[in-house]
Design a protein around this ligand. Structure first.
Ligand code: LMR
Length: 410
């Protein structure tokens, strides 16, 4: 009965990892998957994480028991403060439902199931382009996706007019997926003034925002600055609509394989006849039902590490420093690559590499150029021209600049 099942092509991003592993050349450069690499191109265990792990293992009460279905309370409460701010009115007013998830993907998956059940028939609007998995996650749960204009390829800037028009012309109550910061794949974020326009338009048009926060701390090194859009959204929507936040600790705590994240659902303030406590309890119970049927309860190990980092003042301070270390090294490599391309007089303008933020640069290189980079120069990036700048370092940046120069010219 399975004889006619079609074989699908491998996942484009993970296929890069595979091809890299099979490439026997000694000099290869991985600018594919979005994972931070240190100055020698190696995965980096954050010093805050090393310390947290040693404290956890030294604790005689450490064990591998199940967590509750909603996850580790010390994680979910700490995570809510990270994204919303310690002094968030939404937290003080107890309008936030938080539940642990399998990183950002798991949070999006819960959101998709929840939308399918409680907001049926509403599509999720995603930016053009967006992280490829966004579309798969929602469509796998029967939630349609529609794109809204975002990247203007000709100018390599934000198509703000197109974005706002899409908000204005979408049906009332539509769901818009917004990248909280460090947009994947373009590395292009709206400015604070542009966020104000975007979110004002969302309020006026009764949009339900769904923030994907996968890179908080990576764009600027500051958690507060990178949460600007989310916190503004929570403020502007305080009286009107709910907000979904899907939060990942894969990148900013370097917990890639531990799958640690949270979903937060924020309900608006209501008049005194409505019992907000009862509403948040009901929403929490529905999210728990989804989690229970799919993973029973979320994984404990990464959650314990992140909770330790978020709840121990010394570790939190170290973590903030670690995010500065990562974001500054990436910023430096952006500048180095762009300077080298300018020095080589590579045709085109390379300012966007410096102006973009977070892990990625949408380089503007064509699919054919990307193929040649891989085949002829051992430089791997995504076919769309997205390069993970975290894969650059002082030893490989010359090679990458020369390779780009070569494929752009010939
Ligand atoms: C990426 O876009 O490279 C990361 O978010 C990794 C992933 O899971 O796709």
């Amino acid at each position: 009965i399975f004889n006619n099942i079609e074989e699908l092509p491998g996942d484009a991003l993970f296929a890069i990892k595979q091809r890299l592993a099979e490439d026997s050349r000694t000099f290869k450069v991985d600018l594919g998957i979005g994972a931070y690499r240190d100055e020698s191109g190696k995965p980096w265990v954050l010093p805050a994480v090393r310390k947290a792990e040693s404290l956890i293992h030294a604790d005689p009460s450490f064990n591998h028991e199940y967590l509750g279905i909603a996850g580790l309370p010390a994680l979910t409460s700490g995570a809510a403060k990270v994204i919303l701010g310690e002094d968030s009115p939404a937290l003080a007013e107890k309008r936030v439902v938080s539940s642990q998830s399998l990183s950002g993907t798991g949070a999006l998956h819960i959101a998709a199931k929840f939308i399918n059940k409680f907001l049926p028939g509403r599509p999720v609007y995603v930016s053009d382009p967006t992280w490829a998995n966004h579309v798969s996650i929602f469509e796998s749960q029967g939630v349609k996706t529609v794109t809204y204009p975002y990247w203007d390829a000709a100018t390599k800037t934000l198509n703000l007019d197109g974005f706002i028009k899409a908000i204005e012309s979408s049906p009332r109550g539509s769901i818009f997926l917004l990248h909280a910061c460090a947009h994947n794949p373009t590395g292009l974020d709206p400015s604070e003034a542009q966020w104000e326009e975007i979110l004002d338009a969302c309020v006026k048009n009764d949009i339900i925002p769904l923030f994907d926060s996968a890179y908080q701390g990576f764009a600027s090194g500051s958690l507060a600055k990178d949460a600007f859009a989310v916190r503004l959204g929570v403020k502007l929507f305080a009286e009107t609509a709910p907000i979904f936040i899907c939060q990942s600790f894969a990148k900013n705590v370097g917990m890639y394989g531990e799958r640690c994240g949270c979903i937060h659902l924020i309900v608006p303030k209501q008049d005194s006849s409505v019992n907000v406590t009862a509403i948040t309890k009901a929403l929490g119970s529905q999210i728990s039902k989804i989690t229970r049927s799919e993973v029973s309860n979320p994984p404990a190990y990464g959650a314990k590490i992140v909770a330790k980092v978020l709840n121990d003042a010394e570790l939190t301070q170290q973590w903030h420093q670690d995010m500065i270390t990562m974001s500054q090294r990436i910023t430096k490599m952006r500048r180095t690559l762009s300077d080298k391309l300018v020095a080589l007089k590579t045709p085109g303008n390379w300012d966007h590499i410096v102006n973009q933020c977070g892990m990625f640069s949408y380089t503007g290189l064509t699919k054919e150029m990307v193929q040649r980079l891989e085949k002829e120069h051992g430089v791997y990036m995504v076919a769309s021209g997205r390069a993970s700048i975290a894969g650059l370092n002082d030893q490989n940046v010359d090679h990458v600049a020369n390779a780009i120069n070569e494929v752009v010219r010939h």
